[in-house]
Design a protein around this ligand. Structure first.
Ligand SMILES: [Cu+2]
Length: 188
């Protein structure tokens, strides 16, 4: 009398994990996460770039540890960019992403500065000449934030930009402020 219900229950347990696995295989993930990173030093960035010393760099950084200072000063950032060895801490991660068509790329700015995640035909310079190491500004970054097309690709500190509807093929993205921040998205 008690055997039938327990068998049904057992069968249910066997079928259910199989069904879950089939769904996981058939439906591609809808979001792929990218992070934008930087280690701006609020003490040097804000007096130079923020209005009356407030607000531009919102980074929470570790200062004055005995053996290491994790932040990058404005002079260090500009000096390294001009020397052609830009700070690798200003970065999109991962560097490359392969996604099925229909996936939204969600870029979260976990750094202290604003960035842009701008699709370009060819990598090149951004709209801040001092950071370009002589590369001309790419057309997609022209005009900076006065250009609505560029402003729409801006990611403010702590916020997220979703890029949906990417066609199949290779897509190149870069930051229009820090042009060495580059990543490739391949849509299959
Ligand atoms: Cu940037």
């Amino acid at each position: 009398m008690h055997r039938v219900p327990s068998l049904v229950l057992l069968a249910g347990c066997v079928i259910f994990p199989g069904a879950t696995r089939a769904i996981a295989q058939d439906v591609p993930p809808r979001h792929a996460q990218v992070v934008a990173l930087d280690e701006c030093d609020p003490r040097t960035f804000n007096p130079a770039l923020g209005e009356e010393g407030t607000g531009f760099c919102h980074n929470v950084t570790l200062y004055n540890l005995p053996d290491h200072d994790y932040s990058t000063t404005l002079d260090e950032l500009v000096g390294q960019a001009m020397a052609g060895t830009p700070d690798p801490g200003w970065d999109f991660e991962p560097d490359q992403l392969t996604i099925p068509k229909g996936t939204t790329v969600s870029v979260v700015d976990q750094g202290g500065e604003p960035h842009t995640f701008t699709e370009v035909a060819q990598y090149g310079g951004g709209f801040v000449e001092a950071l370009n190491h002589g590369e001309p500004t790419v057309p997609e970054c022209n005009g900076g934030f006065k250009n609505v097309a560029v402003a729409r690709t801006r990611i403010l500190q702590g916020s997220r930009l979703d890029v949906a509807g990417l066609s199949k093929g290779k897509h190149l993205f870069q930051c229009c402020i820090h042009p060495w921040m580059r990543m490739e998205v391949d849509v299959k």
